[in-house]
Write a protein that binds this ligand. Structure first.
Ligand code: CTP
Ligand code: CA
Length: 231
């Protein structure tokens, strides 16, 4: 088993990470969300902190405890996550969007519990798109180095390249969430890293491994991109 690096090679870097799902209220007792466990984002926070970075973890509702030496900011909805992210990004060197942000929210949140209608067996919800947090941070000037994730069930590389470019990220971590035992909720994950280098997009495939090990491999690559950017 490989030993986790104890090198403090991220000292003095300020890193903001979003993690977990968001919850979008429908009424006082119901919400829309997804199955994100937060494990990948928390593993990244742990790795950065262990390597000496000053870490702020903006977390949606998950059952995990904050890693040692990590400042955790709890949020619920995508719009709360966006406000916290914008504040934190202004004082960060690196921003990592690992959260599974709900793509849509209810256009209006009912003030009282929604009641079943006797007259109809169906119900229609009108949803509106949430702001894109990673893209918003990437559009700031000045801005931190921006890393995003992509969870896909098919055409992994094609969709990930598209997200990397469209959202103005510096790097993307693409996960195939259709493989058994990997991705959402699992302890292991594989990833394809894609990043801009001059006029091309470079790639590195990271094989299936514990999310804690994967986190260190991602930190390695981000540190090398950050060093090139600063140079
Ligand atoms: N993301 C974000 N804000 C959103 C939606 C996504 O910051 N409102 C970020 C995620 O944290 C991730 C990246 O964008 O870093 C890609 O998320 P993903 O759900 O894979 O992509 P989407 O652009 O939402 O596209 P789709 O779900 O349709 O594949
Ligand atoms: Ca999405």
């Amino acid at each position: 088993l490989a030993e986790a690096p104890v090198v403090r090679d991220a000292e003095a870097l300020r890193v903001t990470i979003t993690a977990g799902p968001t919850r979008e209220a429908l009424d006082p007792v119901r919400y829309l969300s997804n199955h994100s466990s937060g494990k990948m984002g928390y593993a990244l926070a742990e790795a950065w902190a262990r390597r000496g970075a000053q870490v702020r973890l903006i977390s949606g509702p998950v059952t995990l405890a904050a890693p040692t030496n990590v400042e955790r900011v709890d949020v619920t909805s995508a719009s709360e996550m966006l406000s916290a992210a914008e504040q934190s990004a202004a004082e960060s060197d690196i921003f990592i969007g690992c959260a599974a942000v709900a793509d849509y929210r209810a256009d209006t949140v009912a003030e009282h519990k929604l009641k079943k209608a006797d007259a109809s067996d169906t119900m229609t919800l009108t949803l509106v798109k949430n702001p894109d947090i990673v893209a918003t941070i990437a559009a700031r000037s000045p801005r931190p180095l921006v890393v995003g994730f992509a969870a896909e069930t098919r055409d992994l590389e094609r969709y990930a390249r598209d997200k990397l470019t469209r959202k103005g990220m510096d790097m993307i971590v693409a996960n195939d969430v259709s493989s058994a035992g990997l991705g959402f909720g699992a302890d292991d994950n594989a990833a394809l890293l894609l990043w801009h280098a001059d006029d091309t997009i470079e790639r590195q495939a990271l094989p299936a491994q514990a999310k804690t090990d994967l986190a260190d491999a991602i930190v390695d690559r981000v540190l090398s991109l950050y060093a090139n950017r600063a140079a």
